[in-house]
Design a protein around this ligand. Sequence first.
Ligand code: MG
Ligand code: MG
Length: 256
Amino acid sequence: MIIKKTIEQIDKMKTAGQVLAGIFQALGPQIAPGISTREINDLAERLIREHGAVPSFLGYRGFPASICASPNSEIVHGIPNDAPLVEGDILSVDCGLILDGWHADSAYTYPVGQIDEEAARLLEATVRSLRAGIEQCRPGNRVGDIGAAVQRVVEDAGFSVVREYAGHQIGRQMHEGDVQIPNYGTAGRGPVLEAGMVFALEPMVNAGDWRTKLLDDNWTVVTEDGSLSAHFEHTVAITPAGPMILTQPLPERAPA
Ligand code: MG
Ligand code: MG
């Protein structure tokens, strides 16, 4: 089943999403050589609470932090620690919050200082694949259209898309309903999309093979072959007019 929201509920989710988007914007300039992922976590948690929101990752199934911080070959669910980031790293930050009972979930892979050409290409392709998936979030399309669009962009760029972890429904809970939103698949297959559905779309893209490995901490997921991995995520509502990204900041000024 796919849960649907009213326009008023989507509006509340958008308010939560805009707070989260602002936090990602604020983290950007801080993510540089020398800072640790624990410091980034602490900053994110402080900003979440300053906005009257609650960090949704903290304590989720026992997760010990407010962000997942996954550098380089870590794909998702990395635990923040005291190791300083190094020039040339890429860092995937995944973060969620609850505001007025509504969840927002987003992820962004940041370059740390100057990154090499392959890493830059990986980030660019992952963003483009997320955009392609979002573009499919229209009434009448199917869940498989989203994954197929993501997968095509990723594989055309010579990279691979993670299979074992998927996007999800989101609303009153971070992961809700029983239908997942995979980042690969077959166009025209799966449940039909309707206005009012809200998904967290989150392609995880590996520079090498798509296979993953879980580390001994039982959280951190890494690429099996040690290649780099990137992760971008937006919370997206399906409206009669098409996709509406809830986790992006409001423009500074209204367009002229
Ligand atoms: Mg997330
Ligand atoms: Mg998510």
